[in-house]
Design a protein around this ligand. Structure first.
Ligand code: HAM
Length: 414
């Protein structure tokens, strides 16, 4: 037998309704926030992620599924959705649309990571990206959209926010970080030693215990924000405060991708083990220009569907019940089975879910099968029913039976 690749998951027939529920909830939130769906390819040119996500990130450095195609081009399965969304925006000239351009997507993403609970090699993200507004109000709106989505699903998380400043104040902060890390370099991991030169901010995101210890007393970005970034951050916080959305400012949040500027945020839970971030995002005002477009601010987030599902299961959040079969129609012989087939087809065409036997089962076995399907109603067609043009429909929840004319079944069930 050939098994499923490590770090991937099947969605089984009796579990797919949970996926549909999360996706429908996402679409519902997107609708009320006026976000339009975009779809981008599963793979992109590798260069997009190197430039967009950044070469000093683990995602690009260690985790990409990259291969050469038959034409000799370097291709990468997308490790996230933002770089692709930005490419779509630039390539399709969306900069000439009325601003902001508000988008969302539900996409698979691929990262070659060590699989564990909540961490897969193929996973799925519901993400939103809003292009063309530098107002702090947009930051707050995006955070509210994430919060509304999590609330609708009924999951409990904590919101943590931070600002990592702009190019100007970050340069200042990076200098301070370098000064701080300088004397500890020899005790840090190899990756962090290389980050020290390229992007010292990234050291704050290191998962190695020895590096984490050193970062504890590192200077805080908040103390280095320029006036513009500081005002922006205050504006975001004021809007969250006004609406009573609880959060904590965590100056340690730097996010694992290089494109961020100003506001960054994460919704975290301690109920799903080490991979506690169910949703993360932030502003990325430099990305569009980095990828060759005219400079344009943007902000977004992505929530991991599998992590959400894990959180829902671990904390006993109820999914709505799987849709049941409305009516099961049993036949006994060739003629009555043909009639069952005919009625089921008519009902299906009218939008009512109906099921029949496919395996020549006895009537008793068909009742058992209908029960397994959770059919709400069951009807048996025999010789008498064919003659009278009427069937007894049994309500499976209370056992009552009602005689209904063949032509009236739809009305009865509605
Ligand atoms: P990210 O924090 O790398 O951000 O990923 C967003 C979410 O995807 C995480 O919070 C987590 O729920 C889920 N996720 C990430 N990696 C895995 C994995 N290996 N297995 C399962 N779930 C995972 C981004 O991807 C940004 N593009 C978000 C964004 C959008 N920022 C601005 N716009």
């Amino acid at each position: 037998m050939i098994n499923i690749p490590k770090g991937t998951k099947d969605v089984l027939p009796d579990g797919s309704y949970k996926w549909q529920y999360i996706e429908e909830t996402a679409r519902g939130v997107a609708r009320v926030f006026n976000l339009s769906e975009i779809r981008t390819p599963t793979f992109e040119y590798t260069e997009l992620f190197k430039r967009g996500v950044g070469e000093s990130t683990d995602v690009v450095n260690k985790e990409m599924y990259t291969f050469e195609d038959k034409g000799g081009r370097s291709i990468t399965l997308k490790p996230e959705g933002t770089a692709s969304a930005a490419r779509l925006f630039i390539e399709n000239g969306l900069a000439s649309s009325p601003m902001p351009v508000k988008t969302f997507y539900i996409t698979p993403a691929f990262r070659y990571e060590r699989p564990q609970a909540g961490r897969l090699r193929e996973f799925h993200q519901f993400g939103i990206e809003v292009f063309g507004s530098d107002s702090y109000q947009t930051d707050a709106e995006v955070i509210f959209a994430a919060s509304a989505f999590l609330d609708k699903l009924g999951v409990k998380t904590k919101l943590e926010i931070n600002s990592i400043g702009c190019k100007v104040c970050r340069a200042e902060y990076n200098r301070a970080l370098k000064e701080y890390f300088k004397s500890n370099l020899s005790q840090m991991c190899e990756t962090c030693r290389s980050r020290f030169e390229k992007n010292p901010l990234r050291i704050l995101d290191c998962k190695e215990e020895r590096c984490k210890k050193i970062t504890v007393s590192a200077p805080s970005i908040i103390d280095f924000l320029c006036e513009d970034c500081s005002e922006h951050f205050e504006g975001v916080k004021a809007l969250l405060d006004n609406q009573g959305l609880e959060y904590t400012v965590n100056p340690r949040i730097v996010r694992g991708l290089d494109y961020y500027s100003k506001t960054v945020f994460e919704f975290v839970s301690d109920a799903i083990g080490a991979q506690g971030t169910v949703c993360g995002g932030g502003r990325y005002d430099g990305l569009i220009a980095e990828l060759g477009g005219s400079p344009l601010p943007a902000i977004g987030f992505a929530a991991g569907v599998e992590r959400l599902m894990l959180l829902m299961e671990n904390t006993g959040v109820k999914f709505p019940e799987k849709q049941k079969v409305r009516i099961y129609i049993a036949g006994m012989d060739e003629k009555t089975r043909a009639k069952a087939f005919e009625i089921a087809t008519e009902l299906r065409l009218k939008g009512i879910s109906a099921e029949i036997d496919h395996l020549n089962r006895s009537v008793k076995a068909q009742f058992k099968y209908a029960d397994k399907l959770g059919a709400e109603y069951v009807a048996v067609i025999g010789e008498n029913e064919l003659l009278s043009g009427e069937i007894n429909i049994k309500n499976m929840s209370d056992g009552t039976q009602t005689a209904v004319k063949f032509g009236q079944i739809e009305t009865y069930l509605k």
